[in-house]
Ligand binder design. Structure first.
Ligand code: ZN
Length: 391
């Protein structure tokens, strides 16, 4: 069964197509083109979203939960609630992101998350389940972080990096670890970076007090990304650039940032976008369970977080966010001269490419999953389609 979708515009996201035609069959995209001069076969249903924009579904590679649900503890039966909530914000795929916690508890979490990822991958497009964003992989944020730049990760849960411990986490996750945030200056980190990169994990430097030579050595060892740039990092100094000198200056690295207007001042967001450019800037939320919920006290793994007026703190330190991807995209268009298409690319293709998923995710092209979101011209989410379902 083929379905054709059309609207005013479509972002691939690298290109913009006016009066587009997006053809979907069995949950995959089979064609993307302009509808000018085309007649549809009689057996193809046409869905017209009028003035709207068709964009790839957002891919959030750093997310801890939402809708009251914390991914460190969530049961598989609760995940659909989170998945549905995420689609209302344009997200179709995410990396379940851990925080530093006791190793046994982390391994139990990783086993549960691996089950969820495998179940989501096995799901067929037409099983009648409500449309929901899918967990695509696991992001280990910790336990290999710097004590000095740990943010709210509990100090007693930070671990000296060894390949043995990395492998224990890898086995518990049955190979679904796709991203690792690590502080390269911690003794033992370089060996883990090399090994993780060898297993095709996106190694991301962050929660780090590294100086510039150490950050450069990490890139040499296989790191290719940076985690929530500026936050939980040694600050930039004009005589001692540190890790940020490498993250902002090296074009081989992509880097992500939390554009909620709280974690990084809008002026610095603009500088970041200029430094990393339209191909390598990545938007993340770092969202916690409180996202989409009223102010109050919430859990982030073992950490208690107070949420007030959109700000998440634990003992005075920022502890994740209640940001959503659609808001991050709109914020970029407000904080900088980037167009909606530029901002969408930083929420779709750029993250998918950073973690090696861009053949099927973050892009509207033949062969990719039919995961897309329908946006108003101002970037508000109208509808989200997952594997061709949900219109
Ligand atoms: Zn985080």
């Amino acid at each position: 069964m083929k379905t054709a979708f059309t609207a005013r515009r479509l972002y691939t996201p690298v290109e913009e197509i006016q009066a587009p035609l997006l053809i979907v069959e069995d949950g995959r995209i089979t064609d993307v083109s302009s509808r000018a001069g085309k007649t549809l076969a009689l057996n193809v249903a046409l869905v017209d979203f009028g003035d709207a924009v068709l964009a790839p579904g957002f891919v959030d590679i750093h997310m801890h939960g939402g809708a009251g649900l914390d991914l460190m503890r969530a049961l598989p039966s609760e995940l659909p609630r989170l998945g549905k909530f995420l689609t209302t914000h344009g997200v179709t795929g995410y990396f379940a992101t851990t925080v530093a916690a006791p190793l046994d508890a982390t391994c139990a979490t990783l086993d549960r998350l691996a089950n969820a990822i495998e179940a989501a991958a096995a799901d067929t497009a037409s099983n009648g389940d409500p449309v929901q964003a899918r967990p695509l992989g696991i992001h280990l944020e910790g336990p290999f972080l710097s004590h000095k730049r740990r943010g709210v990760h509990p100090p007693e849960c930070l671990v000296t990096p060894t390949i043995e411990i990395f492998d224990r986490l890898w086995q518990a996750a049955r190979g679904h670890v796709r991203m690792l945030t690590i502080a390269p200056e911690v003794p033992g980190a370089m060996g883990v970076i090399t090994e993780a990169a060898r297993r095709n994990v996106c190694v991301s430097i962050g929660h780090s007090d590294a100086d510039m030579p150490v950050a450069q050595a990490a890139v040499k060892a296989g790191a290719r990304h940076a985690t929530h740039t500026f936050n939980a990092m040694r600050p930039l100094d004009h005589r001692e650039p540190g890790i940020l000198g490498e993250v902002l200056g090296n074009d081989q690295l992509s880097a992500d940032i939390i554009v909620d207007g709280i974690h990084v001042n809008p002026v610095v967001v603009q500088l970041f976008l200029r430094a990393k450019g339209r191909e390598r800037a990545v938007l993340i939320t770092d969202a916690i369970s409180a996202t989409g919920m009223p102010d109050g006290r919430y859990q982030l793994g073992p950490i208690e977080v107070d949420v007030k007026d959109g700000k998440c703190t634990s003992n005075g330190s920022l502890a994740g966010s209640v940001l959503t991807m659609d808001r991050a995209v709109r914020n970029v268009t407000q904080f900088s001269d980037w167009t909606l298409r530029d901002a969408v690319q930083a929420a779709t293709l750029n993250p998918a490419r950073a973690v090696g998923l861009s053949a099927r995710h973050g892009v509207l092209a033949p062969g990719a999953d039919a995961d897309f979101t329908v946006l108003s011209p101002a970037g508000e989410v109208i509808k989200t389609i997952v594997r061709g379902q949900g219109f």
